[in-house]
Design a protein around this ligand. Structure first.
Ligand code: ATP
Ligand code: MG
Length: 283
């Protein structure tokens, strides 16, 4: 992202004010309560971590925040307005996400994948698009330029013409981030952005997330890699069986014995190892 084309948001006055709040969000599937009365607040310019063992409800909670699910109870307020449970409207309101199971258009190039994200901000109607009128061509050129800028920003400057399915796994994850950024979000939600990455790629992902925050965006990140989370985040919420167990600074959460217990249990196989380095599994 060039200096001439930033994503301005968090002015000095706004920084620290609430961009997203979830109020008593509950999601039930039949008899299973996957998310149970969770309250959650994210400030502008903040990196918030969401942790919890497999099946804790993290992805379901993301789905409630991003309009993929209508919560059984509770509400989500984004940028001062209650969010309608429609993913498209949520994106237009300024919230973008990536997926635990990568969802790219495999047979499209990296550039085209990012361009798709951009179209939610274009205005050319169907008629001018079909006849490829001047307005369409102007917008198309701008979308293309912006998409390349974002590929550069996420560290994929040479991936432009490569089909998404042929990119290495770590690069696919960055490409998803570029596509999410193309929607000009105020907040970005990342579901296990380092799953399947090697340590070097994980460090690069961490740098990228700091760069995104430095643009003024708020970030919410789900991860199983505790070293990554505690290094990256301003605050961390730990979910266990759908409920908020603890929310606090990395230091507070890291040292809470309930968090360690939630991850490694207290059975005979429990060890004294610190909570660390769990591989992000795709479930
Ligand atoms: N669409 C669904 N229908 C029924 N049950 C679901 C659905 N989605 C999730 N669940 C259940 O809700 C619970 C929470 O799942 P979720 O995927 O949100 O957990 P998670 O914290 O993201 O886990 P992981 O770390 O493995 O990704 C699980 O018991 C899961 O089986
Ligand atoms: Mg998940």
């Amino acid at each position: 992202m060039s200096a001439s084309h930033p994503v301005p948001d968090a002015t000095a006055a706004e920084a620290g004010s609430t961009i997203l709040s979830a109020e008593n969000v509950t999601m039930r599937f039949g008899g299973l309560t996957a998310v149970d009365s969770v309250n959650f607040r994210v400030a502008r310019g903040e990196i918030m971590g969401l942790i919890g063992p497999n099946g804790a409800g993290k992805t379901t909670f993301f789905n409630c925040l991003t309009g993929m699910y209508l919560p059984t109870a509770g509400q989500v307020v984004f940028d001062g307005a209650v969010l309608p449970p429609k993913p498209r409207k949520v994106v237009r309101a300024g919230m973008a996400r990536t997926f635990q199971n990568i969802r790219l258009f495999g047979n499209m190039t990296a550039l085209e994948n990012v361009m798709v994200g951009r179209y939610c901000r274009t205005t050319a109607g169907p008629f001018t698009s079909i006849i490829r009128g001047p307005k369409f061509r102007r917008e198309e050129a701008a979308v293309r330029a912006r998409a390349q800028e974002l590929l550069d920003f996420v560290g994929l400057p040479n991936a432009t013409e490569i089909l998404a399915r042929n990119l290495p796994y770590g690069d696919q994850r960055r490409l998803e981030i570029a596509r999410a950024l193309a929607t000009d979000p105020k907040l970005i939600l990342l579901d296990e952005p380092t799953a399947g990455m090697n340590p070097q790629e994980t460090r690069q992902a961490e740098e990228l997330i700091f760069k995104i925050r430095d643009l003024g965006l708020a970030v919410v990140v789900i991860e199983h890699d505790m070293r990554f989370i505690f290094n990256l985040c301003d605050r961390v919420l730990c979910l266990v069986q759908g409920r908020a167990l603890i929310e606090g600074t990395p230091t507070e959460v890291q040292s809470d014995p309930r968090v360690i217990e939630a991850y490694i249990g207290t059975g005979p196989e429990a060890s004294d190892e610190p909570v660390d380095g769990g591989e992000g599994g795709e479930s």
